[in-house]
Design a protein around this ligand. Structure first.
Ligand code: SF4
Ligand code: SF4
Length: 127
């Protein structure tokens, strides 16, 4: 049986998702020479953390942008060194042109130890 040790602080501290000192958030590289500005990545990001300078909410809801171009995507930054991206790479997997790569992975650091920091991962209990 795995026994993980958690301090009282571990148990009560709520992580600050906007603080680079507490967690490393995702950063992506977009390759404009491959991007056709189709908007797929912006529409499907589960965290809503992709924007372009030209896409409006109406464009996303209607599925139509002026001239069929949604603009070059970029990741929303919340503070210097922090974004809303969890580096799930849904956007990159869906991009038809391979125009996205991950530069910096999401790492919650000292938080969520059960997932990231146990030496031995157990399967969920089966009923
Ligand atoms: S990696 Fe995931 S969270 Fe980050 S921008 Fe792409 S779809 Fe959104
Ligand atoms: S899915 Fe790929 S080609 Fe389409 S806007 Fe996003 S990065 Fe550009």
């Amino acid at each position: 049986m795995i026994t993980a040790k958690y301090s009282l602080l571990d148990r009560i501290m709520i992580p600050d998702y906007d603080s680079p000192s507490q967690m490393q958030t995702g950063e992506l590289d977009f390759h404009p020479e491959r991007c056709t500005e189709c908007g797929i990545c912006v529409s499907l990001c589960p965290g809503g953390c992709l924007l372009t300078d030209t896409t409006t909410k109406t464009d996303l809801l209607s599925g139509k942008a002026r001239g069929g171009k949604y603009g070059l995507p970029r990741v929303v930054t919340t503070k210097a060194g922090a974004t809303l991206c969890i580096a799930c790479f849904d956007c990159g997997a869906a991009c038809p042109h391979g125009a996205i790569s991950i530069r910096n992975n999401f790492n919650p650091g000292g938080h969520f130890k059960r997932i990231t920091q146990t030496s031995n991962v157990r399967y969920p209990k089966q009923y």
